[in-house]
Design a binder for this molecule. Structure first.
Ligand code: SF4
Length: 117
């Protein structure tokens, strides 16, 4: 069926572009937040988004094809800092969620290192 073949080809191109963008560090070019009001993620006049802004930002992040790469970058950049020192929404997570994700990732890495030793 021509339509199905076209869909499959489109999916293949999209997947390849995503993989290339992620490995080359150019993932931001595919961000779902592009063109939206950045105040939803990083408000200029507050530390953190309002409840409404946060909900809207998270709903956009939920559709983002590069969410994993965005979250990885945030966790790498922010490291183990406290939630209060983290700003806005990144990788589809609030600052508290990123703090917990960082701690979980660090725990898993320590466990894997201990098992490998
Ligand atoms: S996960 Fe959210 S903040 Fe990160 S690039 Fe995608 S839409 Fe933007």
């Amino acid at each position: 069926m021509p339509g199905r073949a076209l869909d499959r080809r489109h999916h293949s191109v999209t997947t390849t572009s995503l993989a290339e963008a992620t490995t080359s560090g150019q993932w931001a070019a595919l961000a779902a937040c592009t063109g939206h009001d950045t105040n939803l993620w990083f408000p200029e006049d507050h530390d953190q988004p309002t409840d409404d802004a946060r909900a809207e930002a998270l709903s956009i992040c939920a559709t983002c094809p590069v969410r994993a790469a965005c979250l990885d970058a945030a966790l790498d950049e922010e490291g183990g800092i406290k939630p209060a020192s983290r700003n806005g929404i990144r990788g589809g997570m609030t600052r508290e969620q990123r703090h917990n994700a960082y701690r979980s990732r660090a725990r898993a890495a320590r466990k894997a290192a201990a098992q490998a030793a």
